[in-house]
Design a binder for this molecule. Structure first.
Ligand code: IPM
Ligand code: MN
Length: 363
């Protein structure tokens, strides 16, 4: 089993270090190989996704990814910005199915900005299509406006598009995931305005015929955003396009009060996957040893389950995380009165201790 380890920028290296330490105590045989990505790769090699990093990712069974991005790169031309690394990996590896669970841990119910009774026991899964939509549609760019309110004026444009096979395959992934969970799928679109999403809705409805045991409903994205804060527990699995999924998954993550806890998986048709925390590179706290490594550690668990066929090892990690939360250990982002504040390394130590059956110490 070969795992490409791509730490990236900001807090990426610190949190990935902890996930790697956790993987190393599992007594499984991995080949771990690290490579630079994002701003770090731009600084080291002049490109956010160097050819050697891409090749390593392509040759691996799974990729453990930290985070990319820093304000200091905002002035670079778009193809050189750190974000292009993750977009390039998604595109080149065909990682079209993005799983973003939003789970409210019982011990963290009070960290949510919503009333505890609205989020207690929350367990929803957002499935975001990741290689199509306005993120990748062509043409895009700047030009002199051919028409509109100000013909001849400078304008910018992007293209929203989906092909039938793209929508069909993500719909199948979503129905299958819903079937394994609560049996309910909500497809989010903007069919009332956008041709692309009327097409999306029609195809999801067609594919539904093959999954009569799954209950399907459709919501417009604006309404979905509202329902997510009104009654989030009414959802089970949500499937949507790249752009809406980007926005709704951040919203859903925040409902749990702890984006620092949420893992994600991006899979291709060969079940090769990229695993990363749902949060970003947090350059403001980088290098301080205070970032929460649990989302990355839980992403490593997802990796074991989805790409490496090691569900037992995945469950061991998840039980370890439960144990450290139960023991009252908290990084700053999830800390509350009466719990013990720890840094990144101590949190990693505690998970390692829990997995290897040693006592969790609060130092
Ligand atoms: C995410 C991020 C990325 C996205 C950026 C960094 C390109 O926000 O993974 O959600 O927009 O997809
Ligand atoms: Mn995002």
């Amino acid at each position: 089993m070969k795992i490409a380890v791509l730490p990236g920028d900001g807090i990426g290296p610190e949190i990935v270090d902890e996930a790697v330490r956790v993987l190393e105590v599992l007594d499984l045989r991995f080949e771990l190989e690290a490579a630079p990505v994002g701003g770090a790769a731009y600084e080291a090699a002049g490109h956010p996704l160097p050819e050697s990093t891409l090749q390593l990712a392509q040759s691996a069974d799974a990729i453990l990814f930290g985070a990319v991005g820093d304000w200091k790169f905002d002035k670079l031309d778009r193809p050189l910005r750190p974000e292009q690394a993750i977009l390039g990996l998604r595109k080149h590896l065909g990682l079209f199915a993005n799983f973003r669970p939003a789970i409210c841990y019982p011990q963290l119910t009070h960290a949510s900005s919503l009333k505890p009774e609205l989020v207690a026991g929350l367990d929803i899964l957002i499935i975001r299509e990741l290689t199509g939509d306005i993120y990748f549609g062509q043409p895009r760019g700047r030009r002199s406006a051919p028409d509109g309110h100000f013909p001849g004026a400078e304008e910018a444009y992007d293209t929203m598009r989906y092909s039938r096979p793209e929508v069909e395959r993500i719909a199948h992934v979503a129905f299958q995931a819903a079937r394994k969970r609560g049996g309910k799928l909500t497809s989010v679109d903007k069919a009332n305005v956008l041709e692309t999403f009327q097409f999306w809705k029609d195809i999801v409805t067609e594919v539904h015929a093959q999954y009569p045991d799954v209950k399907l409903d459709h919501l417009y994205v604006d309404n979905a955003a509202m329902q997510l804060v009104k009654a989030p527990k009414a959802f089970d699995v949500i499937v949507t396009g790249n752009m809406f999924g980007d926005i709704l998954s951040d919203e859903a993550a925040m409902l749990t009060g702890s984006i620092g806890m949420l893992p994600s998986a991006s899979l291709n048709a060969k079940n090769q996957g990229l695993y990363e925390p749902s949060h970003g590179s947090a350059p403001d706290i980088a290098g301080k040893g205070v970032a929460n490594p649990l989302a990355t550690i839980l992403s490593a668990a997802m990796m074991l389950r989805f790409s490496l066929n090691q569900p037992e090892a995945a469950a061991r990690i998840e039980r370890g995380v439960d144990a450290v939360l139960a023991a009252g250990l908290r990084t700053a982002d999830i800390w509350s009165e009466g719990t013990t504040k720890v840094g990144t390394r101590a949190m990693g130590d505690a998970v390692v201790a829990a997995i290897t059956g040693k006592t969790i110490t609060k130092s």
